[in-house]
Design a protein around this ligand. Structure first.
Ligand SMILES: [Zn+2]
Length: 282
């Protein structure tokens, strides 16, 4: 009887450990945190802690009176993945006799602002070979592919469609827990995603996975064509689809930057995918 119970416990444990293929370690939030260290009465240092494996570009500004900063403001600085209390700026009192006062604010985007994209690289379509999906929005699309998201492509596909890596690289951040989405920018931080760091240090961005639909974890190396999850409709989305784009910095405003892409298709290499047309992955 005891043996039988042990067997039951073992089976239960295995069921928890192996419970479905869609288990992935989710990247902890907040992704980045800025803190202040007082180095004395008249100096302070701003420090960044990056909770992800991805490089994150921080846009920081400081306003106040009677202070000097160690770098020009506003500041754009890349905080390496997993950096803890990384020094980004020193502040000191200008006139040591008087009072000083300052406030800082910041925004950030995933990716390394200095990354250069290999323009000769031929991406595969981010779904299984032989499958064909309609382009719902292409480069410069009016709905949301503007400014930092300019070179994005949206592939209309039913929820649960296997998503494949368009290029090899290292998974640096994922989210899989969201069940929320809708057709306005206020949902932009509610989507499930996979970010993949490419060998040229550009960042591959795959968005809108269904809840629990990410099958890779941060730190994993993925091959081109490997399944990384299952599509959905989470985040800023007006219907089930997969968004794919490649960035130095991922932001939807002018601080972000995406790169033009070339895709391999069953009808040859394409530098532009036409909205409304379907393309078959080769
Ligand atoms: Zn999109």
């Amino acid at each position: 009887m005891i043996r039988f119970r042990r067997l039951l416990m073992f089976l239960l444990l295995m069921a928890i450990v192996c419970g479905g293929h869609a288990v992935a370690t989710e990247t902890a939030e907040p992704f980045i945190k800025i803190s202040r260290r007082h180095d004395g009465r008249d100096t302070a240092t701003l420090l960044a802690t990056n909770n992800t494996l991805a490089d994150i570009t921080v846009f920081l500004n400081v306003k106040g009176t009677n202070f000097t900063a160690s770098k020009n403001l506003p500041l754009k600085v890349v905080v390496p993945g997993k950096a803890e209390k990384y020094e980004i700026l020193k502040l000191s009192k200008k006139d040591t006799g008087g009072r000083w006062r300052y406030n800082y604010n910041y925004e950030y985007g995933f990716g390394d602002a200095s990354a250069q994209h290999d323009i000769t690289y031929l991406y595969r379509l981010p779904y299984e070979s032989g499958k064909s999906y309609r382009i719902a929005q292409s480069f410069g699309g009016k709905f949301s592919h503007q400014k930092g998201l300019h070179y994005g492509v949206d592939f209309a596909m039913p929820e649960g469609t296997p998503v494949c890596a368009a290029r090899e690289g290292e998974v640096v951040a994922v989210r899989s827990s969201s069940d929320v989405g809708g057709p306005s920018a206020r949902f932009k931080d509610k989507g499930n995603f996979v970010y993949i760091l490419h060998p040229d240090r550009s960042l591959g961005v795959y968005l809108h996975f269904r809840k629990g639909g990410v099958t890779v974890a941060p730190g994993a190396q993925v091959k081109k064509g490997q399944i990384i999850g299952y599509s959905g409709n989470t985040g800023w989305s007006q219907g089930p689809h997969l968004h794919f784009s490649v960035h130095s910095v991922l932001r939807e405003d002018e601080k972000g930057k995406s790169f033009p892409l070339r895709f391999s298709t069953s009808s040859g290499a394409k530098t532009y995918l036409l909205e409304g047309r379907s393309y078959t992955a080769d």
